[in-house]
Write a protein that binds this ligand. Sequence first.
Ligand code: L34
Length: 296
Amino acid sequence: MSAIIIDGKAIAAKVNAETAAETEKLVREKGVRPGLAVILAGEDPASQVYVSRKVKMCGELGIDSRKILLPADVSQDTLLGIIRDLNNDPAIHGILVQSPAPKQISEQAVVRAIDPRKDVDCFHPENVGKVFLGDLSGFLPCTPWGISVLLAESGISTAGKHAVILGRSAIVGRPMAALLLAKGAGGDATVTICHSRTKDLASFTRQADIVIAALGIPRFLKADMIREGAVVVDVGINRIPAPETKTGSRLVGDVDYEPVAEKAGAITPVPGGVGPMTIAMLMKNTLRAVRMAEQD
Ligand code: L34
């Protein structure tokens, strides 16, 4: 058997087309154009790629964007001051600070400084709390939400399934568990989170109907760790040396792709799987942010 390959680029394109249409309607009917501020401190090359993609997608969908590049040694006070100004700027509906931030910056403090109504990453404790309590009416976490949409669009139901998440990060593992636990479509799963201290991790993944690999270790999930026919979602994006390529490096996920794809029922590729969905869902959250701003 060979797995169905879940085409994240195609599904993201469909979501983005809906967002473009909704944006156009918002501008036409209400005269409001959504605005997103993307802050990047430092020069991490991967972050530069992701931020550029976000800004470019805004342009393609009719969303205004403001890219704010700060030096790696920017002080926390300066960054908090910029966030305060953006909180008070009516042209800006969404604000995000690309992670990881330089070490002198407390990401906790930064996230708490963002007006929860402009928190398009869904990182603020108020928004995270809502999601964990099963209230999905506000912002949703971009990567986990993107994964939910990938599964739904591929006709994969989560109800009653055992979903095993590898990784307990605040950006993927934990909020993914919250969405899978929520009542209704995209939820109703039985959820296990495994992490670096889990004993006999493979005993959990072998029981899984759905495995979500988000631990940041290249090719960690091997074929002998999954059940025949399992759904495998690869959230990893690891750049590894590849002397045979033009750039000298290539992207691999947290899944040992080829052998796992032989055994799985469905699998997301890297690149072209979860990554484009993260950006598509960020765009959707930016539209939601316009609605939040209208609510007061
Ligand atoms: N604040 N920080 C904040 N919000 C986020 O949502 C992110 N994330 C993660 C890192 N830090 C963040 C992203 O934007 C990861 N991430 C992200 C976004 C897009 C892509 C990957 C990660 C993406 O487009 N990936 C492409 C390949 C890109 C490449 O060639 O390097 C893909 O097809 O997977």
